[in-house]
Design a protein around this ligand. Structure first.
Ligand code: MRU
Length: 355
């Protein structure tokens, strides 16, 4: 991994760039203090970048894993097809072990393996197809998110004319490949003159809202107010919030939705205040193999994310910690799920997949 200097312009924001045979990632652990990119040259470096959240957000993790598969594939030293496929499966396994909740990771890896199996010809031809598939996944994500953003406009409340929208975590350009899901809907609303402002939950413990969503809004000139997570219900009660729009890491067949920890309590608060609660996500985030949210594996991260802020330790020694990175919002608390095919009630997802 090597670090590159800050480019001249950071707008538009592209967190993953394929350039001169390497993958450049914006180092999201450094924002907003520092804008740096990291050059990733092999699958181990990519696995590490996903694990340490240099790259993060479900769709971005999927694209990064796809490139990780290609970077690994190009290092395989064999001309034998079966041996190549076996070694590729080992690379897939290494990448699968990085983060368990976002299904886009597994979806992208499966698509890369399928490409390899279905491409005929030499190992070199397989490698070429793998790069093409990774690039296709990336290009599709940008288009998909733009469509999600625009589809979201149809379901946002029409009153008041300019909405104040609360969001959680970061679901923008950084979390995808350049537009965003929930933040994509918000960007589209801003473009159409339908947004008053964004309320961004700071999103403890990693502060993706305070650090990344606010940074993206500043890049775009979108008015943003950062609040701490425990202020959301109060803001709703004050009448400051017209709608909540969040992203997703995995949606099960019944519409239950895993997203960044704190999403569930937001949904409960929104229901209590009769505020519509939307989930925006690409179809690749829906895991039809799982019936309900109880089956979603929830990542637990290191306790230092809770007890430490920068170099300062907040809690005394001898305390125990519990640090789940995601929670599951039950389908009944979700007004609609916005995908690239349009918005549907959570219970209608199965129908949507068959269209
Ligand atoms: O732990 P993170 O930062 O990868 O979690 C990100 C989220 O929970 C996002 O809301 C989700 O991945 C959707 S991103 C478009």
């Amino acid at each position: 991994m090597s670090t590159n200097p800050t480019p001249q312009s950071t707008n538009p924001v592209y967190p993953i760039i394929w350039q001169e045979d390497t993958v450049l990632l914006i180092d999201q652990t450094q924002l907003p203090e520092k804008y740096t990119t990291v050059a990733i040259t092999n699958s181990q470096e990519m696995a590490q970048a996903i694990k340490t959240m240099v790259v993060r957000g479900a769709p971005a993790i999927g694209v990064a894993a796809a490139y990780g598969m290609y970077l690994g594939a190009r290092e395989i030293q064999t001309t034998d097809r079966d041996s190549f496929l076996n070694q590729l499966e080992e690379i897939a396994q290494q990448l699968r072990q990085t983060r368990p909740t976002a299904v886009n990771l597994f979806w992208a890896i499966a698509r890369m393996l399928e490409t390899a199996r279905e491409t005929s010809g030499s190992v070199e031809q397989l490698q070429v197809s793998l790069l093409a598939t990774a690039q296709a996944i990336q290009a599709e994500d940008l288009e998909t998110c733009q469509t999600i953003g625009d589809r979201g406009l149809a379901v946002l409340p029409s009153h008041p004319q300019q909405l104040s929208v609360l969001t959680h975590c970061n679901t923008g350009a950084l979390a995808t490949v350049g537009y965003g899901t929930a933040l994509g809907v918000i960007r589209s609303a801003w473009r159409e003159g339908r947004l008053n402002r964004v309320y961004a939950d700071e999103t403890r413990p990693r502060l993706q809202g305070a650090k990344l969503t606010s940074w993206e809004c500043v890049q775009e000139g979108i008015p943003v107010t950062v609040i701490t997570d425990n202020m959301a219900a109060h803001c709703m009660k004050q009448g400051l919030i017209d709608a909540v729009v969040v992203g997703a890491d995995r949606i099960t067949a019944n519409g239950d939705t895993a997203n960044k920890i704190g999403t569930y309590s937001l949904a409960i608060a929104a229901a209590a205040h009769k505020i519509p609660f939307f989930v925006a996500a690409p179809l690749s985030t829906i895991d039809f193999k799982l019936a309900t949210g109880c089956e979603i594996p929830i990542e637990e991260r290191h306790p230092s994310e809770i007890y430490q802020v920068g170099a300062t330790r907040l809690c005394p020694e001898g305390v125990e910690f519990y640090n789940p990175a995601f929670d599951v919002t039950p389908a009944e608390l979700i007004t609609a799920i916005i995908t690239e095919k349009g918005a549907v009630a959570p219970g209608e997802l199965v129908d949507l997949s068959n269209k």
